[in-house]
Design a binder for this molecule. Structure first.
Ligand code: G3P
Ligand code: CA
Length: 242
């Protein structure tokens, strides 16, 4: 089973922060890191999951209504660790690029199914190509329309279609949205393993996030593999380090 750090090491550290990504690059045997991108009012790509800043910072309102400078004034508290900020994708790449060049992969989820941030596909693909990291990246989105654009802009890249049920992922993939791998919810495996054979099936969990306390529960990876899952996005990948 390939293990990915979902929003970084997001159970023990605040999700989608430089701290959570720094911890992730130090987890032995990790296949990759997942993160979410959105656009600020002045067109910067920032790494944050929710469309609003309320849950993870002391701010209120939508990411798209803030300039980058305004977002940078918000705080993300991390217990005894230094206070974090919402990072730009460039800041995250600066941190993780050496690990990527040593084989770690990066799943960039375009968080654009609620607000279809105009031009974000081109912006992120240009940035990844400028840095020469295209072979290490997989793009994903819940928006099939967005993935169609990604495919047009980057015919070679790996693209994951996100949905709850693996059958919906597969039908959208077969419908030509440009995706070539499946990113379903881990409890949405509603097809027999034979139907999934030959596909990369990267499943995501909705598990506990910082500052909730870790549960200590460990998943039975071989049971999940038997269902056809090849990769898992986990909030606590440290539990599964080699
Ligand atoms: O990309 C997998 C997973 O991150 C999708 O759900 O809501 O955690 O972004 P979400
Ligand atoms: Ca995500």
């Amino acid at each position: 089973m390939n293990i990915w750090a979902h929003r970084g090491c997001s159970q023990r550290y605040p999700e989608n922060t430089l701290l959570s990504f720094e911890k992730a690059i130090n987890v032995r045997g990790l296949a990759g890191i997942e993160l979410d991108i959105q656009l600020t009012r002045d067109g910067h790509m920032v790494v944050i999951h929710d469309e609003r800043v309320d849950r993870t910072t002391e701010g209120l309102g939508y990411v798209r209504d803030y300039t980058l400078a305004e977002l940078k004034r918000l705080h993300i508290y991390a217990d005894e660790n230094p206070v974090q900020q919402i990072p730009t994708i460039e800041e995250v790449l600066d941190l993780i690029e050496p690990a990527m060049r040593s084989g770690m992969r990066l799943n960039i989820e375009l968080k654009n199914s609620v607000y279809p941030y105009e031009g974000m596909e081109r912006q992120i693909i240009d940035l990844i190509h400028t840095r020469g990291l295209q072979n290490q990246v997989v793009y994903s989105s819940f928006s099939a329309l967005s993935l169609e654009k990604v495919r047009e802009l980057d015919p070679e890249t790996e693209i994951g279609i996100l949905d709850t049920k693996v059958s919906d992922c597969l039908f959208k993939l077969q419908g030509g949205c440009g995706a070539n791998v499946l990113h379903p919810y881990w409890q949405g495996i509603d097809l027999p393993p034979e139907r999934l054979r030959g596909y990369t099936v990267r499943a995501w969990l909705s598990g506990h996030l910082y500052p909730e306390k870790p549960t200590g529960t460990k998943l039975d990876l071989s049971a999940l593999e038997a269902k056809g899952i090849t990769d898992l996005f986990l909030n606590e990948p440290e539990m599964y380090a080699d």
